[in-house]
Design a protein around this ligand. Structure first.
Ligand SMILES: Cc1cc2nc3c(=O)[nH]c(=O)nc-3n(C[C@H](O)[C@H](O)[C@H](O)COP(=O)(O)O)c2cc1C
Ligand code: SF4
Length: 431
């Protein structure tokens, strides 16, 4: 009989242990045994099939199946193949990758090694956002430890497999988290996303076949190789297996990171785990997956946190960065903050995005100042409609979705500003 272990915090269970961040501490907890198993006992294709069977979805925002993505790497090629570990984590409300970099750097490296074996990649670039100076230092130390111990370099774990890891520090631009903007930046150019196709598996870093995965995605891999695809599928929902690390911020009494199975109810995360809003306040709205995902109103928090359920409510899991807003929140102010961010971060290549993000911000600011007109709400939605699905990358969609969500659920806030020609809320934060 198959016994499914009930441990559901496999990613974070040892993160409180300082030694876990070091090579001896990580190895004392069984670290690098999954990489040994993959490299010495499994064919690359077997590893890909195992990850495919596990149903692991990428944790960087889009939820693309990791095993399927690996299978796109050309098996027969005379070009060098690369991996990229996306450690840019620039989505506001998301801070899960940072804790993995700080507390479990060898788990990331082990996931990378297994993915490299599976895809035949000879080198991995870890692209770390510029602001993550301390996590980058920690990762660099772990990389040096791994080289010294023969876990990286010419003969990984005494085998004939070679793999090198290079850490690259970004300079703090949101768009460098988008995988092709990242590749451009890695190559020393402006971080402007590329037109696709060709996709990175055909033409990636320095024109070579490349697979890009998120930090957390790599961290699930050793556990899947160690315990099997069935074990992984025993956690989470049918379509969205495994756990993820939800980051909860905003108006809750216990903000922080919570590793929970996908499919956990948003209400449970907000109220049970994060303690809900401070006493005397109630929840007004919750962004479920980082700032670019549409908001849900308090009445819709009974939703399982998995894409198949969130999509029914016109939102998505994104990076699992949950931002809670209580009843003191002015949703027009929220629109001002969000649109300002996207206006500032657009790379400017596409007219719809460059101009559209500016328009959204101008309109939101005008309504907040009390100078808005009733038609402005239609104009906001019209601009959003012209940005969605029209551009080189999904940034423009990510800029339009939150505005659409705010108008879908909190139109009354916008209308009140227009009707009273001023913001009816106390100024909870400066714009
Ligand atoms: C505007 C934009 C910003 C993104 N930022 C990040 C990021 O900071 N970190 C990340 O892992 N993925 C980010 N992504 C998603 C990546 O393009 C890519 O899908 C991801 O790194 C693939 O990894 P995964 O399949 O393991 O999720 C972003 C996408 C867009 C459109
Ligand atoms: S959608 Fe925006 S961020 Fe993406 S390429 Fe176009 S202008 Fe740049």
């Amino acid at each position: 009989m198959l016994t499914v272990p009930h441990v559901t915090n496999y990613l974070t269970e040892h993160l409180g242990d300082d030694a876990y961040g070091t090579l001896p501490g990580y190895r004392a907890r069984g670290g690098y045994e999954a990489a040994r198993k993959a490299i010495t006992q499994m064919e690359p294709q077997q590893v890909i099939e195992t990850v495919k069977d596990s149903g692991l979805q990428g944790r960087g925002g889009a939820g693309f199946l990791a095993g399927l993505k690996w299978s796109f790497m050309p098996a027969e090629t005379d070009k060098p193949k690369y991996l990229v570990c996306n450690a840019d984590e620039s989505e506001p409300g998301s801070f899960k990758d940072r804790i993995l970099m700080e507390r479990a750097p060898h788990k990331i490296l082990e996931g990378i090694l297994i993915a490299a074996w599976a895809t035949g990649a000879e080198k991995t670039f870890i692209y770390v956002r510029g602001e993550y100076a301390a996590p980058a230092d920690i990762l660099e130390r772990a990389i040096a430890e791994a080289y010294d111990a023969g876990l990286l370099g010419a003969n990984v774990l005494g085998s004939r497999f070679r793999h090198n890891v290079v850490l690259h520090r970004g300079a703090g631009a949101y768009i460098c988290g988008e995988e092709t903007g990242l590749l451009e930046s890695l190559e020393g150019k402006k971080g402007q996303p590329r037109k696709k196709p060709p996709f990175p598996a055909q033409y990636g870093a320095f024109g070579m076949p490349t697979t890009v995965n998120n930090v957390e995605t790599f961290c699930h891999v050793p556990h899947i190789v160690e315990r099997g695809a069935d074990w992984f599928r025993g956690i989470g929902t049918d379509k969205s297996p495994g756990t993820t690390i939800f980051g909860v911020s905003g108006h809750v009494v216990r903000p922080g990171l919570y590793e929970l199975p996908l499919g956990t109810s948003l209400a449970d995360i907000v109220f049970e785990h994060a303690g809900g809003p401070p006493e005397g306040r109630s929840v007004k709205g919750v962004i479920p997956g980082g700032m670019s995902m549409p908001i849900l109103p308090a009445a819709q928090l009974d939703v399982p946190m998995a894409n198949e359920f969130l999509r029914e409510r016109k939102t998505m899991l994104g990076t699992g960065g949950i931002i809670v807003m209580d009843d003191t929140t002015c949703m027009v102010r929220v629109a001002c903050v969000i649109t300002y961010f996207f206006r500032d971060e657009s790379c400017g290549q596409c007219t719809q995005c460059r101009e559209g993000t500016g328009w959204l911000n101008k309109l939101a600011m005008r309504i907040e100042r009390g100078a808005g007109a009733a038609e402005d709400l239609d104009v906001l939605l019209d601009v959003c409609g012209k940005m969605e699905g029209q551009t080189i990358c999904a940034f423009a969609d990510a800029a339009a979705w939150p505005v659409q969500g705010l108008l879908r659920h909190f139109r009354a806030d916008f209308q009140a500003h227009i009707a009273h020609a001023k913001c009816p809320f106390p100024e909870s934060f400066e714009l």
